[in-house]
Design a protein around this ligand. Structure first.
Ligand code: MF3
Ligand code: CO
Length: 255
């Protein structure tokens, strides 16, 4: 069931989104060769709890998961697509690309956001993958308008990505956001224009394209969380929580 948010709820998600964007960008500033993914997680967690808010992913156990997510931040390096678990002995090095995915709960309402950043100097191919993925999110957001349908978002992303020949991950998708981090509807990053549920003002959704510099297929690690490209080529991921309005979509995960 899709829950349409009232103005009070939207104000709380907007505040959650603003706080989340602040924390995520602060955490991204710490990204450098030599730092562990565990340190990034602890830093993000500290900033969130100091604000009196809660990290949304810590101890989150979606249906089908074998155990709860054990950290606050998802840190996915290179061929890891999403849900990489932070580790003390996982040290970033020059040339890596790293996706930081974070959720925050403020006064009972959630926001969800991800960015991918380079570690030091990276290859031109990696930079292009990052930039194209970020642009594909913008293109998806542009299509998230009242009167359009869910399929229009995926269609816009897919059409934009096609000439670049990147693999669009299909088994993971965007989602509604509100009193839960994951609500209906499911928002694939590919699709047919004019299909699916109609978008209406007051819907709050996370759009999160994941693009691979190779095959769209992914595998799941033995840790039961980390998704990785099947061909072990690099992957990038960007995500915003947005509000459907009567006019332009409003990005809620911004400072
Ligand atoms: N942004 C991620 C998603 O929507 C959140 C994952 S939460 C986790 O899939 F706890 F499952 F990692
Ligand atoms: Co999400």
């Amino acid at each position: 069931m899709i829950i349409i948010k009232n103005n009070d709820e939207i104000a709380l998600i907007r505040e959650a989104g603003k706080r989340l964007a602040f924390v995520l960008y602060k955490t991204a500033e710490k990204v450098a060769p030599g730092i562990s993914t565990w340190e990034l997680d602890k830093y993000a967690e500290k900033l969130i709890t100091e604000m009196g808010d809660y990290p949304a992913f810590l101890n989150y156990k979606p249906d089908g998961a074998s155990y709860a997510y054990p950290a606050s931040l998802c840190v996915s390096v290179n061929d890891e697509v999403v849900h990489g678990i932070p580790k003390k002995d996982k040290i970033l090095k020059v040339g890596d690309i790293i996706s930081l995915d974070l959720g925050l709960r403020h006064k009972g309402y959630f926001a969800d956001m991800a960015i991918t950043v380079p570690v030091g100097g990276v290859s031109a191919a990696s930079l292009k993958l990052i930039k194209t993925t970020e642009k594909s999110l913008q293109v998806g957001i542009e299509a998230a308008r009242a009167g359009n349908k869910i399929g229009d978002i995926g269609h816009a992303i897919e059409s934009f990505v096609r000439p670049h020949k990147y693999g669009i991950v299909e088994v993971l998708a965007g989602h509604g956001v509100g009193k839960a981090i994951h609500e209906d509807p499911f928002i694939p990053n590919f699709g047919k224009a004019g299909t699916g549920t109609k978008l209406v003002p007051g819907m709050v959704i996370a759009i999160e394209p994941m693009l691979n510099n190779g095959t769209k297929h992914v595998t799941l690690d033995d840790d039961d969380w980390t998704f990785r490209t099947a061909d072990r080529k690099k992957s990038a991921h960007f995500e915003h929580t947005i509000l459907i309005t009567n006019g332009d979509p409003e990005i809620l995960t911004r400072i």
